[in-house]
Structure formats: structure tokens, C-alpha cells
Design a protein around this ligand. Structure first.
Ligand code: SAH
Length: 274
């Protein structure tokens, strides 16, 4: 067994995340390297696998700091306060850096993607600011936004699968962001996120958790002058795109990284009823 290294190559990402090559079947792919005996006990592989994993939220945050995904204390603090274990379905592993299925052909994004989006938006998630999370899924990022903008701010999540919205509300209630939900400064709604959430507009920060073929105009309109949107754009090849709206209303956009997210689409198409 000594000398065997199991190296993670890629995870399938219906949602965001690992460098290519993507494994379309959804499982994590492993490669053996090193000059090791080929007969390796499955159980010993599993033991290695488990020992290499982060076991709780604090360890997860620490590993994200160490690998450079978390660059600022502010974002590290919020990810430490919002325990991913409360948002990942009970039969999945919450503290490894992978996306996980949450049902309805959706996933919770990998922790390093949550970290990347929070880092990109942090300047627009100051206390008292307003944020919109489109495709809220588990509600994890809505909760993190709520913690960052605080009780004087406003965090709105919109999700088009009603069952996921209900689950997200339960998740947030159990988390440190629960009081914000109770007070109304954080809210979660069911609806088509391509229309944004006009009642709470304009927003300092807009995050879209699903990939759009084109940036929806309603979201651009609901972005405050001086605000920032982070949205994956593309179909097969997707770019995590940052759109800054200047005070005069003009737009500048740039690509932060290549990603793989579930599509921003209609409910029927996501559920396979089209
Ligand atoms: N940030 C979320 C990502 C969930 S995956 C998390 O980490 O938990 C993307 C989500 O976008 C899914 O829950 C999916 O149901 C939702 N979605 C896709 N198209 C949508 C649309 N048109 N309106 C609202 N939500 C949408």
C-alpha cells in the first residue's frame, strides 16, 4: 500500500467546479500514481480517502484558506459561521470540496465556488447593502449574503423549484442566519429568477447560481449603479462573468474563470418535462 497515491482528477459537475477533464457520470475520478502494487485493498483505499477528507466546517474553511480559495478573513469568517453541513442533504458528504446533488437535477455548488463568488462580491456585500441570489438552491449563499449585509441590509433568494425553496427556508432557519429570516431582512421566494425579484430592487450585488446562455436584461436592470453581478455565462463552455455597473450606468464585464453550472432555465426543462 505504501507509495500509492490516490489523486483526485475531476468531479462531474452538473454544477461548477473542478478543472477539466469533466467526468460526465457524476462520480469523483481517481487515478493511482507511483510505483505501487496494483492489488490495493478497497478498504485501505477508503481509509486513505476518509483520512484525506475535511471532517467539519472549520477544517473545510482551513483547507480553503490553505489552497488559496479563501483570500480574505471576512469571507473566511462568514463561511465558518454558515455551516455547510446544515445545507447539504443528510446522505451526502458536506465537508469535502465537491458539489453535491440536492434533488430536482440541481446541486449545491462546491465550497471553493461559494468562496470564489463571495470573494468577488464581498465589496458589494457591506453592512446595509442589498443582495439578490438567483437560483438559491439550498440557500447557502443567501444565508452568507445575509450575514455579510447584516440586519440593516437585505438578502433575497429566488429559486424556481418550490420544494427547494421550502428546504432552503428550513436550512436557513437552522443556521446562524435564522434570525435574519425571522426579522425579514433575509427572504427566500419561489419564482423565475430570470426575471430577478423586482420588489427588492435595485441590488448592490447579484449572484446567479445557474448558467445563462445570455445575461437576462431584467437582472442588469435590477443592478444598482456601482453594483456588481456574478453570473456564469455560456452553454457547454461557461465563464464565471463579473459585470460591474458604473455610477453612470455603463457596464464593464470580464471573465473570472471557466466553470460548469446547471443551466438557468425553465422549471419544465430542468425537470425534464419539455
Ligand atoms: N447556489 C446554489 C446553487 C444551486 S444549483 C447552491 O449552492 O445551493 C442552481 C439552482 O438554480 C438550482 O437550485 C435550480 O433549481 C435553480 N434555477 C435554475 N433555473 C432557474 C430559474 N430560471 N429561476 C430560479 N432558479 C433557477
Amino acid at each position: 500500500m505504501s507509495g500509492v497515491i490516490l489523486q483526485r482528477l475531476a468531479v462531474c459537475c452538473r454544477c461548477s467546479c473542478q478543472p477539466p477533464p469533466h467526468n460526465p457520470c457524476g462520480a469523483t475520478v481517481f487515478r493511482q500514481s507511483g510505483c505501487a502494487p496494483l492489488r490495493v485493498s478497497v478498504f485501505r483505499n477508503m481509509e486513505y480517502f476518509w483520512r484525506g477528507r475535511t471532517q467539519n466546517n472549520r477544517e473545510l474553511v482551513e483547507s480553503l484558506k490553505q489552497n488559496g480559495s479563501l483570500r480574505t478573513n471576512r469571507v473566511a469568517d462568514v463561511m465558518e459561521q454558515v455551516d455547510r453541513g446544515l445545507f447539504v442533504p443528510p446522505n451526502e458528504l458536506p465537508y469535502i470540496d465537491n458539489p453535491m446533488p440536492i434533488g430536482y437535477n440541481a446541486t449545491i455548488s462546491a465550497p471553493h465556488m461559494h468562496a470564489a463568488c463571495l470573494e468577488l462580491l464581498s465589496g458589494h456585500l457591506q453592512p446595509g447593502m442589498s443582495a439578490l441570489d438567483v437560483g438559491a438552491g439550498t440557500g447557502y449563499l443567501t444565508a452568507a449574503f445575509g450575514m455579510m449585509v447584516g440586519k440593516e441590509g437585505r438578502a433575497v433568494g429566488i429559486e424556481h423549484i418550490p420544494e427547494l425553496t421550502h428546504q432552503a427556508i428550513e436550512n436557513v432557519q437552522r443556521s446562524r442566519a435564522g434570525p435574519l429570516l425571522a426579522s425579514g431582512s433575509l427572504s427566500l421566494h419561489t419564482g423565475d429568477g430570470r426575471e430577478g425579484y423586482p420588489a427588492g430592487a435595485p441590488y448592490d450585488a447579484i449572484h446567479v447560481g445557474a448558467a445563462a446562455s445570455e445575461v437576462p436584461q431584467a437582472l442588469v436592470d435590477q443592478l444598482k449603479p456601482g453594483g456588481r453581478m456574478v453570473i456564469p455565462v455560456g452553454d457547454i463552455f461557461q465563464e464565471l462573468t463579473v459585470i460591474d455597473k458604473a455610477p453612470d450606468g455603463s457596464l464593464k464585464q470580464w471573465g473570472a474563470t471557466s466553470v460548469r453550472y446547471v443551466p438557468l432555465t425553465s422549471r419544465q426543462s430542468q425537470l425534464g418535462h419539455n
